[in-house]
Design a protein around this ligand. Structure first.
Ligand code: ZN
Length: 328
């Protein structure tokens, strides 16, 4: 692993898809989801997406295994603790971890409150293990999942508002096609009214108009991915003037075929146009990536200079929903 060059802040990492592969393998075997004879290497081949995906169906099995193993409080506690260990080992000092209560709870019996208690406990245990001079902070973002529909979205916002002090922000994620932002305006209006810090997955699979609706219709202060902004000069000016940061995830965008190749990724163009952008991992369990890897490919394939990489982390620090004192 690349040695940490400077303190980093990561804004976009899905906790429910950040399960260490060795842990996922052991948990899946324990539950009979894979044969006891399946090696970690064979299991990794089954789970990891190494080439651009042909279709969404090809990764649904990997998502489902993550959902099926997140079935007990002690598992969620362990996953959150290990995610913090991994993030820290990558040289990150402040991380925002997000999870979707509807996604985690889809097949199991864990209540949303039990999920939140367990994830928080894992983060707390990690923090408590650090020495007094070690600086590390992690915060949780609550995800509203588009694919479960408007009623579930309203319930998720209720859950978020009830536990607002325990989350640092609210997100909308999932399939943009078929579940447009306008469906969720009512739910997000309530969160916005309550002063929630909002980030919205948009401008990933669809065009810049979805970023406009995330900002104007849903109150987004940051955008997950948002790379379609590069096609709209007026939108880039808006992102610049309102300091709305794009949480860019290069490997994710390549593997989900949002960009044709890493070399063609628009992150450098956005950055050089003065748009606040930062570098993130998205779903480490599926992509087998980490933040040092994203930095490495940003330099090698996207051709960012060291100074430009540093600027991305400056953007992340400034845009973080964590207390500014926590961000290096
Ligand atoms: Zn994401």
């Amino acid at each position: 692993m690349q040695a940490p060059g400077f303190p980093r802040t990561e804004l976009h990492r899905h906790l429910d898809v950040s399960i260490r592969l060795s842990t996922l393998h052991a948990l899946a075997q324990d539950r009979g989801l894979v044969a006891a004879s399946t090696s970690l290497a064979a299991f990794s081949d089954q789970i990891l997406i190494r080439e651009p995906m042909k279709d969404l169906a090809s990764v649904l099995g990997s998502f489902k295994i993550c959902q099926l193993v997140l079935d007990r409080p002690e598992v969620l506690e362990r996953v959150a603790h290990e995610a913090c260990e991994d993030v820290r080992a990558e040289g990150t000092s402040a991380v925002e971890l997000r999870f979707s209560p509807t996604f985690v709870g889809e097949f199991g019996k864990l209540s949303w409150s039990d999920q939140l208690d367990a994830f928080e406990a894992g983060i707390r245990r990690f923090r408590d293990s650090l020495g007094p001079t070690e600086s590390f902070d992690a915060g949780l973002i609550c995800i509203v999942s588009r694919d479960y529909g408007v009623e579930a979205a309203e319930e998720t916002v209720d859950f978020f508002l009830k536990n607002e002090g325990r989350f640092i922000g609210l997100d909308l994620a999932g399939n943009e096609i078929g579940f447009p932002n306008r469906m969720f305006e009512g739910a997000f209006a309530r969160a916005k009214h309550a002063g929630a810090r909002i980030t919205i997955h948009s401008g990933e699979a669809l065009g810049p108009e979805t970023i406009w609706s995330a900002i104007e219709g849903l109150g987004a202060r940051r955008i997950g991915h948002g790379i379609a902004a590069v096609r709209d000069a007026e939108l880039m000016a808006k992102l610049r003037s309102d300091d709305i940061c794009l949480e860019v995830c290069p490997t994710s965008n390549w593997l989900t075929q949002v960009v044709p190749s890493l070399e063609a990724h628009p992150l450098p163009q956005l950055l050089r146009a003065g748009v606040p952008v930062c570098i993130n991992t998205d779903d480490p369990t599926l992509f087998g990536n980490n933040l040092p890897h994203e930095i490495d490919i940003s330099k090698r394939f996207l051709r960012l200079t060291d100074a430009e990489v540093s600027l991305c982390f400056e953007h992340a620090r400034r845009a973080s929903f964590l207390p500014q004192s926590a961000c290096p």
